[in-house]
Design a protein around this ligand. Sequence first.
Ligand code: NAP
Length: 168
Amino acid sequence: MQVILCMATTVNGYIAKENNETPWSDVVWDSYYKIAKQFKAIILGRRTYEIMKGVNEFEKIGSPFTVVVSKEDFAHDSNFAIAKSPREALKMLKEKNFTKALVAGGGMLNSSFMKEKLIDEMYLDVEPLVFGKGIKLFSDNNFDAKLELVETKRLSKNTIQLHYKVLK
Ligand SMILES: NC(=O)c1ccc[n+]([C@@H]2O[C@H](COP(=O)([O-])OP(=O)(O)OC[C@H]3O[C@@H](n4cnc5c(N)ncnc54)[C@H](OP(=O)(O)O)[C@@H]3O)[C@@H](O)[C@H]2O)c1
């Protein structure tokens, strides 16, 4: 199973403001939709899932099979599952014969996947922004990681995409 993380971030590593606002440029939203559409399965933290559901984001990314990681149980349809942990999320997807999955935030989910060394590659779209406070790309957790730069892409005059492999 290939597991890819994709995030838009400020220069100082925030993926949203404290109030969950994500003021990304059109080019970054387009980049996210383009990458997400390449995946038939997506994994989300419960908070991110609720935000995406509230703004009908799933159709824009091709309605992938969605696994929400949460300790809670809640109502869902057939294109959806709840997993109690990152490992359980991947096990569910393997059992359904998915070969790749997109990990799409937020900061808490990202850091629990990284802590367990479950991410293979990451795409970071870096906006020319600094937030003083907000949601971190990886919320506080006890892990370190080393990466290898695969590619850099200039998405616009102001925005770059960093593609990394996670060394294990
Ligand atoms: N910039 C971007 O590209 C981007 C992308 C996605 C999201 N975001 C932003 O990120 C923010 C949300 O991030 P967040 O860190 O606050 O929340 P989150 O990671 O989306 O969700 C946190 C919740 O997910 C569940 N969870 C996460 N890791 C778990 C684990 N290891 N085991 C069990 N449950 C786990 C827990 O749910 P329960 O409490 O239900 O147990 C936890 O409270 C929003 O502001 C959103 O807009 C930005």
